[in-house]
Design a protein around this ligand. Structure first.
Ligand code: SF4
Length: 363
């Protein structure tokens, strides 16, 4: 597969960039164009990403040797893999694959500066996004199904991954954004250790479905600067139906969010509007309230600070196998989205990322 890196650096768009996460480059009017205009991707310009005066969480662990130790600890988990709540217990070192279809061979789909993420992650030069192949949740409506379900990607070494991180830093990205990282968390931590030795100083964004084991998150304590989890479902029956039997999703994800918040706290941008640390939650509003939006918002308001960052996402559209299920086989309505926003405001949440009216012009 052609790397998106060169396309993005040349100002072109790749398929993933226009599909994943409601990419704002794809004509989505919610984009803050000011963030992109004037963005010049030049090599070795660390002043643009602010890395010159920022120390990421993992640096101290790298210097003490703890980062490598944590990477090896996660690596050992793959012998009877329990990296995610599937807890397959397969021996990935022996080439066995669990539910996620990943052996211990790292596979990466693409990497590039991404301009479709949240504005405080995108800044002027983009979020340094690395898309990992395979997924342990595997939703039937996945917008990124070629990568998550069909396994499109290429084998890479840990050294390759470290080099990718350094390349993204060199062109001015504001962070290293690891997308669907859980099943490759050992590789990511070991690559971070190598990259830190070579000068990586960007914050790490752990861009996850939210369905994470607290035991594994504790190993990541002091490594991840920004947690970017989904909170997809309030109802385990919905999670089971649309995410391959993951009925524990609400219970597990709530515990994971509490642990993430304990580690990194409320997300607040720096004086330049760039996020360096904190918890940023995403909730995708789905048709017919499949995602249980009111319950999700209510839980966040009751269990996390009111200024917790919450991106209420409107970009759901039927993808992959969604057409097989009537209740999710359409976009959401303007009314469904506005109800979600009103609910969040009524609950007292003050740090909302809300998408604009023109989104509805194509409905
Ligand atoms: S990471 Fe993959 S192999 Fe490991 S427990 Fe999860 S689904 Fe199973």
């Amino acid at each position: 597969m052609t790397s998106c890196f060169n396309l993005a650096a040349a100002g072109s768009l790749c398929a993933l960039c226009t599909q994943y996460g409601g990419c704002r480059e794809n004509g989505d009017p919610s984009v803050n164009k000011t963030d992109r205009e004037g963005s010049e991707l030049t090599m070795d310009d660390t002043s643009k990403n602010g890395s010159s005066d920022f120390k990421p969480a993992y640096l101290a662990l790298h210097e003490s040797g703890e980062l490598e130790k944590r990477g090896k600890e996660l690596w050992a988990v793959m012998e009877q893999c329990r990296l995610c709540p599937r807890e397959c217990r397969v021996n990935r070192h022996a080439g066995e694959e669990g539910f996620c279809h990943a052996s211990s061979q790292l596979e990466i789909s693409s990497f590039h500066p991404h301009f479709g993420e949240e504005a405080p992650l995108v800044g002027r030069n983009g979020s340094g996004t690395i898309f990992f192949t395979n997924c342990s949740l595997r939703c039937v409506f996945c917008i990124n199904f070629e990568v998550s379900h069909l396994g499109i990607g290429e084998p890479r070494s840990i050294e390759n991954l470290a080099d990718i991180m350094l390349r993204l830093q060199a062109i001015g990205c504001h962070n290293i954004n690891v997308v669907t990282p859980t099943h490759y968390s050992p590789h990511i931590v070991l690559a971070l250790d190598r990259a830190a030795k070579e000068g990586l100083r960007l914050p790490v964004v752990y861009n996850t479905c939210g369905w994470e084991r607290v035991e594994i998150l504790k190993v990541l304590d002091g490594i991840v600067d920004i947690y970017l989890p989904d909170f997809k479902y309030a109802d385990g029956a919905m999670a089971a139906k649309y995410s391959a039997g993951a009925e524990t999703y609400p219970v597990v994800t709530k515990q994971a969010l509490l642990e993430m918040h304990r580690q990194v706290g409320v997300a607040k941008p720096d004086r330049n509007g760039i996020m360096r640390r904190g918890l940023m939650i995403r909730h995708l509003v789905m048709p017919n309230d499949v995602s249980g939006t009111k319950q999700v918002i209510s839980w966040i308001a009751d269990n996390l600070p009111k200024d917790t960052y919450l991106n209420i996402m409107s970009q759901y559209r039927p993808m992959y196998r969604a057409e097989e299920f009537n209740e999710i086989n359409r976009k959401i309505t303007r009314n469904e989205y506005e109800e979600a926003v009103a609910c969040a405001k009524k609950a007292g949440l003050t740090n909302l990322d809300i998408q604009g009216y023109p989104l509805w012009r194509n409905l």
